[in-house]
Design a protein around this ligand. Structure first.
Ligand code: SAM
Length: 197
């Protein structure tokens, strides 16, 4: 079997055992549209099954994500407007665990936190902030794990990308998205897709 097919199947196995959803808290429609869109695109491209924009709605981001999924395939779910508390509570009621990404958490490289997240075998809701998050996010009532991607402050987009890549052990990068209108045919140079110019 080709390597890419093997990797895609390995990723499917992970997805079947532990699905990942992303919750973005603190989106400010006037200033965060581009960054929040990038967080959602990162979630989709790196193996998450869906994304919740909590507490606010932003039609522009919804339309962008729907267009991306129409063109590039897959079954990524986009939700918005639900309060973060409701999203977290209903995720937990359904048996999932919650991972809050924060520079103050257990370091993904120097602790065994990822091993413990995998060992639970529960679906994972990854929470990322924007502005300073409410103190509650650090509590056991909200987050089963507070995870840092290094202990320096950086970006929700970078933190999410690294978390997902570690969580799926790189296998998500070989995923073939179903029912894509556009597929990239990787090249050493230049740009090639299945769509004729
Ligand atoms: N000043 C904010 C604070 O103290 O929470 C920093 C916000 S940071 C720009 C936005 C989000 O990026 C954070 O809420 C967190 O989810 C994520 N983030 C930033 N650096 C991180 C790190 N080193 N590890 C994990 N997540 C991080």
């Amino acid at each position: 079997m080709e390597d890419s097919k093997q990797n895609a199947r390995a990723h499917e196995r992970h997805k079947r055992t532990q699905e990942v959803f992303v919750l973005r808290w603190g989106h400010r429609p006037q200033r965060d549209v581009r960054l929040t869109t990038h967080v959602a695109l990162t979630a989709r491209a790196l193996g998450a099954s869906g994304f919740t924009l909590s507490d606010v709605t932003d039609q522009k981001i919804k339309e962008t994500m729907e267009k991306v999924s129409r063109n590039w395939g897959g079954t990524f779910l986009f939700k918005m407007g639900t309060s973060w508390k409701h999203a977290v509570d209903s995720w937990k009621i359904k048996g999932g665990s919650v991972v809050h990404l924060t520079a103050y958490g257990e370091n993904i490289q120097t602790s065994d936190v990822l091993k413990r997240i995998h060992a639970l075998k529960k679906d994972v809701l990854v929470v990322v902030g924007s502005q300073k998050v409410p103190q509650d996010f650090f509590s056991i009532e909200v987050s089963d794990f507070n995870v840092s991607i290094g202990n320096q402050p950086h970006s929700e987009c970078a933190a999410l990308a690294i978390f997902l890549d570690r969580f799926f052990e790189g296998e998500e990068l070989a995923t073939v998205f179903e029912e894509a209108r556009i597929r990239i045919i990787p090249q050493e140079r230049g740009k090639r897709t299945n769509v004729e110019d």
